[in-house]
Design a protein around this ligand. Sequence first.
Ligand SMILES: [Mg+2]
Length: 338
Amino acid sequence: VKHRAPVSSLRTVSRRAEAFAGEFDLISRLCARLPLSRRTLLGPGDDAAIIARGAGAQLVTIDSMVEGMHFDLRWGTPEQLGARALIVNLSDIAAMGGAPKACVVNLAIRPGLSPEFFERMYAGLGRAARVARVDVIGGNIARAEQLAITIALIGDAPAKPLRRDAARPGDGIFVTGTLGDAAVGWRILEGKLRARGAARTHLINRYLAPTARLAAGARLARIRPAPAAIDISDGLWQDLGHILKRSRVGAEIDPSAIPVSDAYRAVMRGDLSLALGGGEDYELLFCVRPKYGARRLAAMLGVPVARIGTIVKGREARFLGGGAPALAGWDQLRAGAP
Ligand SMILES: [Mg+2]
């Protein structure tokens, strides 16, 4: 297979084709460096890639990261950016209980970025792809005002995917890991919050280098009946809302049970607003029948699990004891979210 940039994308930059030709060559070279599994019959370089059919149903998802909206180049390394662009997509496959297989990448590139920048970005993307056993099977380049990385990802669905519409009254509501770290990290990078030492490092890393809960999601999909699940990308309260809406149920949440890290507590003290409303954690939120407890689920999934509430009849989420879910500064929080 000859690796080169698609002709169509070259045409879109015909004006400065010569200036950018080096970059196209670079990216096709970097694509060529990424390993491909046997399932990929034809990788980058032709009009389309060819992949062998999976055994069962397929999952397809797409996500974009746009400069100025989702990231700031001053905050992290190009490697972190490339990895993160894939990980936010992997998280959606994890939330379905699936196994990611192949992806295509669209880069919207702006002037002022060096070939070395893209080389490093692809090194990070490639590393994350290798860890998750994902083939990067194609790509496209367009010019734009802002840098944007869009990745479409294909995965194998489990026998019973983890759907948002599967929550039933009586189900326990659980989350993996801790919440709010990424939102605090983002505000530290922005200069809106302060932290020192290990806490600072932890919080910033949770934002810049998140983990997709792929293994936990796959194990969760073995439970019967299949749990409802979603990954927490927009914040606990908002993502819980998606499950409630799709499942036509309500929720009772115990705020004291929301899992937060020591680092979060060091910065935020008792303020749970970012644990409830801050996004980008990429933890899993899921609902299972009452016979499953947090300890058993943690052992099954291989990650920390906390029970934060119960699915109830109705349509809304409320705090245990009937408190209103409205948070102080909620609107500002949402408006200022990354
Ligand atoms: Mg999602």
